[in-house]
Write a protein that binds this ligand. Structure first.
Ligand SMILES: [Zn+2]
Length: 255
């Protein structure tokens, strides 16, 4: 049976998401920004929380863990490299490890850059990717603990996922990301199409994610640092992609 998901907002602009295996009844929260919205989503669905899969140690992704664990006794899975900074960890994982949520099988992809030990989770059977603060729709996370080349490599790993992968990220930043992306590729018609879709979703009060990897590849400038026209538009024709990426990230920081 295919996995089911439930998406909801937490804190100011964080996304919370539940991943549910209808076969076994297992349910994972991907990150736990705060407990109350997770509880509300559990109540609305009737699902029972069995696992929390953590992407990175930032408090706006881990603040609800202790309360949820106390109430549900759920297993907490976290990146090996950041386990010391995350409460109540039961199991640590690293590159290519398998994480089971009931009968669902996910794969760990190390995606450092935003934090030094950030990981993403990919569930190939359902083509679901939970990418935390590494990749946003039409954007990417700030490079806080890593370096731009490290972040670029992480994004390249995510870019290899199938085109029809549904991408769940950690924040609702899409509109602002699009405004910036237009300064990099003003003539990108796929970006214009995504903008239209996003404005419609927001006008309807809906989240702009999940997005499809196909659309991110076509319109997200941070996944397009190796596209010659993008390098050219930045005055960096012929330069290494990691350098082009660093320039795009620097411009976004000052946008
Ligand atoms: Zn973060």
């Amino acid at each position: 049976m295919p996995a089911q998901t439930r998406l909801f907002l937490c804190l100011k602009d964080n996304f919370g998401v539940l991943l549910h295996d209808p076969g076994s009844g297992a349910t994972a929260a991907i990150d736990a920004p705060e407990a109350a919205p997770v509880e509300a989503a559990l109540k609305a669905t009737g699902w029972r929380l069995t696992d929390i899969l953590v992407t990175h140690h930032h408090h706006d992704h881990t603040g609800g863990i202790e309360e949820l664990k106390e109430r549900h006794g759920c297993r907490v899975v976290a990146p090996d490299a950041e386990a010391d900074g995350i409460p109540e960890v039961d199991e640590t994982v690293s590159e290519n490890d398998t994480v089971k949520v009931g009968g669902l099988e996910g794969r760990v992809i190390e995606t450092p850059g935003h934090t030094a030990g950030h990981i993403s989770y990919f569930f190939p059977a359902d083509k679901l990717a939970f990418v935390g603060d590494t990749l946003f729709s039409i954007g990417c996370g700030r490079v806080i603990e890593g370096t731009p080349p490290m972040m670029w490599q992480s994004l390249l790993k995510l870019r290899e996922l199938p085109d029809d992968t549904r991408v769940y990220c950690g924040h609702e930043y899409t509109r602002a990301n699009i405004r910036f992306a237009r300064t990099i590729e003003p003539l990108n018609t796929r970006l214009a199409a995504r903008e239209k879709e996003v404005e419609r979703l927001l006008a309807e009060g809906k989240p702009t994610i999940p997005s499809l990897m196909r659309d991110e590849k076509a319109a997200n400038p941070f996944l397009r640092a190796d596209v010659p026209e993008v390098a050219k538009s930045l005055g960096l024709a012929g330069q290494p992609a990691a350098q082009v990426f660093a320039e795009i990230r620097a411009r976004k920081n000052n946008f």
